[in-house]
Design a protein around this ligand. Structure first.
Ligand SMILES: NC(=O)c1ccc[n+]([C@@H]2O[C@H](COP(=O)([O-])OP(=O)(O)OC[C@H]3O[C@@H](n4cnc5c(N)ncnc54)[C@H](OP(=O)(O)O)[C@@H]3O)[C@@H](O)[C@H]2O)c1
Length: 274
């Protein structure tokens, strides 16, 4: 595939977090294909550089640079901000994609598929999610430490990165923020989750934060999206969608035209309620 032609006058710059694999990697690949200059970030330098190398296999190496970013580490966030400021002078698109599940599974991982399918179905059908009798024999554990790390990564990490990059986004003509949330974070009255609790709370908080930030920055387009159930490491490769298919909706929101929706939750490519 030929390298996209770069027009310096109209070049747009994007940061994607947690981009060394899965949906984040695919978001980078699709944005680069659209001619966006992508700063592919990963907490682990080796894995991030390997991802940058993999993009070369698609003939897409010129429009991507790697920078280390651990969303839990303020020094790492500050270093990314300085890098972008010095090299590009502004930022146009931020995709907060990095995330963890906050759980460990012992035994049959199909248990996760059953829970997610049941939960997501209940979001759309209005049923009670956790009353479904599970068939898989695996066990899910959620320790306090895992729960804390999950909240710190999925919500506070995205918030810290966003707040640090807002001044550079304000220098853009068309700033976009996309928060990769989850249908598992949809709110249901009188229901405190007993499974995947930290993950659900972290994504509910991220979706609410999206709405607050959209009100605070009316000249931005700031949205969150559940990309659908995809076969990646976080789902033990159990989801039916490919990472590439799941990446399409965050990419669409990253490339929204001026005057596009802001403050919304999308389920894949459609506006939904959370
Ligand atoms: N797959 C699905 O069905 C699905 C559905 C709804 C929402 N999502 C959301 O989509 C996003 C991407 O998930 P995925 O499916 O692509 O899972 P994945 O393949 O497990 O990718 C998660 C990415 O987040 C990175 N990450 C974790 N902690 C980080 C930190 N502290 N700093 C920077 N990066 C960090 C991981 O880096 P390492 O490689 O170093 O661990 C990895 O690159 C997540 O926010 C997830 O919650 C996924």
């Amino acid at each position: 595939m030929a390298e996209p032609v770069v027009n310096p006058a109209t070049q747009r710059y994007a940061v994607v977090t947690g981009a060394n694999k899965g949906i984040g990697f695919e978001i980078c690949r699709q944005l680069v294909s659209e001619g966006i200059m992508v700063i592919l970030t990963a907490r682990n330098e080796k894995r991030g550089i390997a991802a940058q190398e993999r993009l070369k296999e698609f003939g897409l190496s010129a429009n991507v640079v790697f920078h280390q970013l651990d969303v839990l580490d303020p020094a790492s966030i500050a270093s990314l901000v300085e890098f972008i400021k010095a090299k590009y002078g502004r930022l146009d698109i931020l995709v907060n994609n990095a995330g963890i599940s906050g759980i460990k599974i012992v035994g049959d991982t199909l248990i996760l598929q059953e829970i997610i399918k049941g939960d997501v179905a209940s979001v759309f059908d209005g049923g009670k999610p956790e009353s479904v009798k599970l068939k898989a024999s695996g066990t899910i554990t959620e320790t306090l430490e895992d729960a804390e790390e999950c909240l710190r990564t999925n919500y506070y990490g995205a918030k810290s990165v966003t707040e640090a990059l807002i001044p550079l986004l304000q220098l853009s003509d068309s700033p976009r923020i996309v928060n990769v949330s989850s249908a598992l974070g949809n709110l249901r009255a009188n229901d405190w989750p007993t499974q995947l609790a930290a993950y659900k709370v972290s994504k509910a908080a991220l979706s609410a934060y999206t709405r607050i930030m959209a009100r605070k920055y009316p000249s931005f387009c700031i949205n969150c999206v559940c990309p659908g159930f995809a076969g990646t490491d976080i789902t033990y490769n159990l989801g039916p969608l490919s990472a590439s298919e799941a990446a399409e909706s965050p990419v669409k929101l990253a490339l929204l035209p001026d005057g596009g929706p802001s403050g919304f939750y999308f389920y894949r490519k459609e506006i939904s309620s959370f």
